[in-house]
Ligand binder design. Structure first.
Ligand code: TXA
Ligand code: MG
Length: 354
């Protein structure tokens, strides 16, 4: 299959413009049962018609993803939520008023119009209204309901640029819309509203304290809080070892000086055994390491910069054929909860405390 790649700058999408026509074409492809990758503010998504079971099957196929892992249905208007959900709780509106459009996904009871192929056989449906303008236009032109997982091959880090999508999806889908680098870099926060109190199933940019301020008590899935407990996460997708780089990744936690000293000793060992070794660090510390490849994910005191670059750095290590990777640990509160959740998953929960 030939994959059409199109660059679109948000500023240019006026009604009737060339860009608008291209977005309509993208919508037509999805309406016709095809797949289009597009940017959202979190990561790039791989979109298909959420109400067409064949489209959902194609998404699983293109990603090489197990079909028991449900998809998120993306909408562009609040009113569209009513036809895909049942018994919508009031709290959903309260959350939408504050956080939509934006990086928040709600788990709700599904209506009959959503096929089980989209929900991985579940009676619930995940719904999100993205903030990215290109995404919203495509959803509108597609008929209103777009199932979109992250546009990576299963097991690879989520794509934060169109280049990443091309690496994984060229030849597998009809179109890739390039809207530049995403703003956030980690997938949306998922909150289950079918339980009380509402439960965070996947931490993200919208943090526990931001949610508490709007809807009161919120819990975090125990399997997310205690990843080594062996308990199964409630979001089916969280059980897979996603985001994994090809190299063997270990996270090192502790006082900065100890961490740097420990990692450098390990780098020495790797050199002895002729392995290519890399370090994930922050700009304040990159000069302290002697590994083959040392990469900064951002500024220690700016968690947004770390969130934005984490997946790109993991992909870069793959590209450079690094066999062993050590990463500094980061703060684990607020946005740090999402960062550490993804980093530890990439490491298969391998952490060393020094
Ligand atoms: O930011 C995002 O959410 C991105 C962009 C493209 O919007 N999408 C994304 O989709 O991350 P995906 O498919 O990679 O992750 C969806 C997650 C999976 O962990 C899945 O198990 C969970 O959402 N999920 C979907 N439906 C669910 C449901 N009904 N109950 C529990 N978890 C659900
Ligand atoms: Mg994903």
């Amino acid at each position: 299959m030939e994959t059409k790649e199109i660059i679109i700058e948000v500023e240019n999408i006026r009604d009737g413009s060339r860009e608008d026509k291209l977005l309509r074409q993208a919508g037509d492809i999805i309406r016709g049962g095809g797949l289009v990758a597009f940017p959202t503010e979190t990561v790039y998504g791989l979109g298909g018609d959420a109400l067409n079971k064949e489209s959902s099957q194609k998404i699983y196929e293109a990603k090489g993803r197990p079909s028991d892992n449900p998809l998120i249905v993306h909408i562009a208007n609040w009113e569209d939520i009513f036809s895909i959900t049942a018994n919508l709780p009031q709290v959903a509106k309260a959350m939408a008023d504050v956080f939509w459009p934006g990086p928040l996904t709600m788990i709700l009871q599904k209506s009959d119009s959503v096929p089980y192929e989209t929900t991985g056989g579940l009676e619930t449906v995940a719904v999100r209204m993205p903030a990215n303008q290109l995404a919203r236009k495509i959803i509108e032109y597609s008929g209103g309901y777009v199932a979109a997982p992250s546009a990576n091959l299963s097991g690879r880090p989520s794509p934060t640029t169109a280049r990443h999508v091309v690496e994984d999806m060229a030849g597998r889908i009809q179109m890739i819309i390039d809207g530049g680098e995403v703003q956030i870099g980690l997938e949306s926060t998922i909150v289950d509203l079918t339980v009380y109190p509402p439960q965070i199933l996947r931490p993200g940019y919208i943090t526990e304290s931001m949610l508490t301020e709007v809807i009161g008590e919120v819990e975090v899935d125990n399997a997310i809080l205690h990843p080594s407990s062996g308990q199964a996460p409630r979001a089916p997708g969280m059980k897979y070892r996603h985001y994994a780089p090809k190299g063997d990744l270990t996270v090192v936690e502790g006082d900065s000086d100890n961490v740097i000293q420990y990692i450098n000793a390990k780098v020495e060992e790797a050199f002895q055994s002729k392995m290519k070794v890399g370090v994930i660090s922050v700009c304040e510390h990159v000069d302290e390491y002697h590994a083959d490849v040392v990469k900064s994910v951002g500024n220690r005191y700016d968690e947004k910069s770390i969130a934005k670059h984490l997946y790109k750095v993991l992909r870069d290590f793959d590209q450079e054929g690094v066999q062993i990777i050590y990463s500094e640990a980061f703060e684990s509160n607020e946005l740090g909860q999402a960062i550490m959740n993804r980093l530890l998953k990439a490491a298969g929960q391998k952490v060393i405390k020094v």
